[in-house]
Design a protein around this ligand. Structure first.
Ligand SMILES: O=C[C@H](O)[C@H](O)[C@H](O)COP(=O)(O)O
Length: 224
């Protein structure tokens, strides 16, 4: 928890007066939202934010972070979000919390995507973490078969006895690939399946990854 918090707090130092900011989702982004809330309250930091999930939006509102409507968003200055895996090319797997679609929409609208993780998320090759794929409920069994044909073992995510439902009313298939040799090609293949809304591969989207360690040190991975 400490390593996530220090990475998040370092990222929040990049938030400047007047910025339009995207707020990520998950246990690491939680610490970033807390730190932004503190800066708004204590320093009077003047920003406007949008959130990548209902959960993050609620937290931001509780902390008094000014929220803007997506109708008023053209370009965001900065988004701070977590990830499930990060490789040295700054490609990501996201969606462990089921928020990948909103996260990708917000990331795509951002000049800068800052990713905050602990050391456990940094990998040589993506794919150990089962890749979350958001699929529409209609004929989902058929979509899952198409996913399996790509060579993975998809598991529909559950919430207790029920299927997990995203903020967008869709299902998540967690796809075990073991190793993803060509993330960009797989991204396009997955999104070419009718019924797939989007997948958790974020290719060429992150600008900077801030990695927190349990010993309190912080390092960054940026584009070469
Ligand atoms: O859907 C969830 C997001 O992509 C999260 O940012 C990701 O799963 C990392 O979450 P956490 O910081 O809790 O490990």
């Amino acid at each position: 928890m400490e390593s996530k918090r220090i990475a998040a707090e370092q990222a929040v130092e990049l938030v400047k007066e007047g910025m339009k900011v995207g707020l990520g989702t998950g246990s690491t982004a939680y610490w970033a939202i807390q730190a932004i809330g503190r800066r708004v309250k204590e320093e009077g930091l003047n920003i406007q934010a949008v959130a990548t999930s209902v959960q993050s939006e609620q937290l931001a509102k509780e902390l008094g972070i000014p929220m803007m409507s997506f109708a008023d968003v053209d370009v965001l200055d900065l988004t701070i979000d977590g990830a499930d895996e990060v490789d040295s090319g700054l490609h990501l797997i996201k969606g462990g919390g089921g928020a990948l679609l909103r996260e990708k929409i917000v990331a795509a609208a951002s000049k800068q995507l800052i990713i905050i993780v602990d050391e456990s998320k940094v990998v040589n090759q993506l794919g150990k973490f089962p890749l979350p794929v958001e699929i529409v409920p209609f004929a989902f069994e058929l979509t899952v078969k198409k996913l399996r044909n790509l060579g993975c073992e998809p598991k529909l995510r559950k919430n207790g006895e029920e299927l997990f439902v995203t903020d967008n009313g869709n299902y998540i298939a967690d796809c075990e690939f073991a190793a993803i040799a060509d993330p960009a090609a797989l991204h396009d293949e997955l999104n070419g399946i009718p019924g797939v809304v989007d997948n958790g591969l974020f290719i060429h989207m992150a600008n900077l990854v801030i990695v927190g360690s349990a010993d309190g040190s912080i390092r960054s991975i940026s584009k070469e």
